[in-house]
Design a protein around this ligand. Structure first.
Ligand code: NOJ
Ligand code: NOJ
Length: 541
């Protein structure tokens, strides 16, 4: 019997060692400037995206220590990602655990695509520093708690840039931070392992890996501590990603679920089967909660927070679908082993996106579109709803009152990161369909696809409960429209950056001028996410 066990363990080990030494992923050309852009194209969206990619990466890295223009020599500890260099009105001169993890995941994506580039050498130093600092922050007692009291301190949402705890009142705890951090560091762990094939099993490898994952309990490695936190706290109420309301949230639950699923795989790889079993079990409970509770049949869309007086339409749903599922470009093997939960291309997410777009279009004056027909008299108030799905400036949620500085009765504004996330979802859906060669339109998704094809004569050909494939004009039209509407959202963002290509947090709902924290790291990360998705689409098709 023990021999059999040994053989099974050995087989698992070999399997995972092999999985970990897979050849480096497809090289996508990194984030560099494409110098072959031709003159006549200078004004095109394509040329702008190429130039803006460089701007976004440069301005994102300016917010990251070591080496950042905005952080160097300013008392910012190595491994810190500041949310924005703005120190007052608003004061974003902090490291938010969420913003830092999401921004760092953008850097991991770039590293993964091209690990041996000169840029990746710099990124690797940043990523190592990030991992070390997160270990320190996990052990820094704060107003949410401490490491030794059931890991409660890991729920703290933000720290000062020198790594000391923020002691003012705040919406705490926030449970999404540890999940996002674990996802980011697991992606780095896999990418680094793939690009250093002899590391796994070697002595220096063990040294490198143990900061990130090691089976010991109490958890001393960063990823394991975060996973233990997620496994323990996912069913407890906390503040949402907008730091305003307490409860159980779609975004938080989605990233927790992804973290637990990926965490179980990592635990197996590191010979920690007990942990793998525990994460898998919690993931199964959490999956049930997510699948059964966040779809609101009456409203016909997903809701951001359970039992909330808000409408539930929220950019957080888009972010949850995006970050709660691995990108097909990531080295995660989840897509192969688990049914994705509310992925960007799912019916539920697409109809929620449609409802959100319709709300936001009517809400923000800058979204007013010129009359679609020259003789159309639009006196009828009911016709505000534009029948065509098109690029729209999107904010956080309908009843938002935060204008980037304070709360105002006149309401919130569109955000770059929300507008750009809609673009990423549409591009990902397009690429998903193109690569699966099949689309079944259900009665649930019918309105979304009807709106998408509203300007086409093919619209009347769409029928519910029908599967379309490569041989159908409808199919190709949908794939193309998803892509061009995705680009329309990029055009919206482009219209509101300044002459240098800088992006703040928001832009004014009436004037369109940038508003709120300048050079928001997360805005740049969201833009680079679209760029990555567009490149993948171009390769696949
Ligand atoms: C700052 C928070 O970060 C933001 O999300 C919130 O909307 C405002 N405070 C107003 O509460
Ligand atoms: C306010 C946003 O609501 C929140 O999500 C973010 O973490 C902080 N600003 C910092 O960017």
């Amino acid at each position: 019997m023990p021999l059999l066990l040994l053989i099974i363990c050995l087989a698992y080990f070999i399997l995972y060692a092999l999985a970990f030494s897979a050849p480096p992923l497809l090289h996508l050309g990194g984030a560099g400037y494409n110098q072959e852009q031709q003159k006549p194209l200078q004004d095109s969206l394509e040329a702008w995206i190429v130039a803006e990619e460089e701007v976004a990466l440069d301005r994102l890295l300016a917010n990251v220590q070591p080496g950042g223009r905005n952080t160097e020599g300013k008392g910012v500890v190595n491994g810190t990602v500041i949310a924005s260099p703005s120190k007052e009105d608003p004061d974003y001169w902090y490291q938010w655990v969420r913003d830092a993890a999401l921004t760092t995941s953008t850097l991991v994506d770039i590293y993964t695509a091209s690990p041996s580039s000169a840029l990746s050498t710099r990124l690797s130093a940043i990523l190592d520093a990030y991992a070390h600092l997160q270990h320190t922050l996990q052990h820094t007692s704060n107003r949410s708690g401490s490491f030794s009291t059931n890991l409660s301190g890991l729920g703290e949402p933000k720290f000062h840039v020198d790594g000391s705890p923020f002691t003012g009142p705040w919406g705490r705890p926030q449970h999404d931070g540890p999940a996002l951090r674990a996802i980011t560091l697991m992606a780095y762990l896999r990418a680094y392992n793939t690009s250093h094939p002899s590391l796994w099993g070697s002595r220096e490898g063990n040294e490198w890996f143990k900061l990130l994952y090691e089976a010991d309990m109490p958890a001393n490695s960063v990823v394991k501590a975060d996973l233990e936190y997620v496994a323990q706290y996912w069913n407890q109420s906390g503040f949402d990603l907008w730091e305003e309301v307490q409860g159980l949230h779609f975004f938080t639950a989605m990233v927790q679920l992804r973290a637990l699923r990926e965490g179980a795989d990592i635990a197996v790889a590191f010979g920690d089967p007990g942990a793998a079993e525990w994460y898998t079990k919690q993931a199964a409970y959490l999956e049930r909660l997510v699948r059964e509770s966040f779809w609101d049949e009456g409203k016909g869309h997903l809701v951001a927070t359970l039992d909330s007086p808000r409408s539930g339409l929220d950019c957080a749903i888009l972010l949850g679908a995006l970050h709660g599922n691995p990108s097909p470009l990531s080295s995660s093997s989840l897509e192969a082993t688990h049914t994705p939960v509310f992925p960007p291309y799912s019916d539920e997410v697409l109809v929620t996106l449609l409802a959100f777009i319709q709300d936001q279009r009517a809400r923000f004056p800058i979204n007013a579109t010129p009359p679609s027909s020259p003789n159309g008299d639009d006196d009828d108030a009911d016709t505000i709803e534009t029948p065509v799905l098109s690029g729209t400036a999107l904010g956080r949620y309908p009843s938002d009152t935060y204008n980037g500085h304070t709360s105002t009765p006149s309401g919130g504004n569109p955000w770059f990161l929300c507008t750009l996330t809609a673009s990423t979802l549409l591009h990902r859906t397009s690429t998903h369909l193109a690569s699966t060669h099949s689309l079944t339109i259900t009665s649930l998704s019918l309105p979304f696809y009807r709106f998408l094809l509203a300007s086409s004569s093919l619209q009347s050909h769409i029928a519910p409960n029908t599967t379309y494939g490569d041989g159908d004009a409808v199919f190709h039209s949908i794939v193309d429209r998803l892509r061009s509407v995705g680009d329309e959202f990029v055009r919206v963002a482009r219209a509101h950056v300044d002459s240098e290509g800088a992006m703040s947090e928001q832009f004014d709902r009436r004037t369109g001028f940038m508003q709120g924290a300048r050079d928001l790291s997360w805005s740049y990360g969201a833009f680079l996410g679209v760029v990555r998705e567009r490149k993948r689409g171009a390769v696949d098709l």
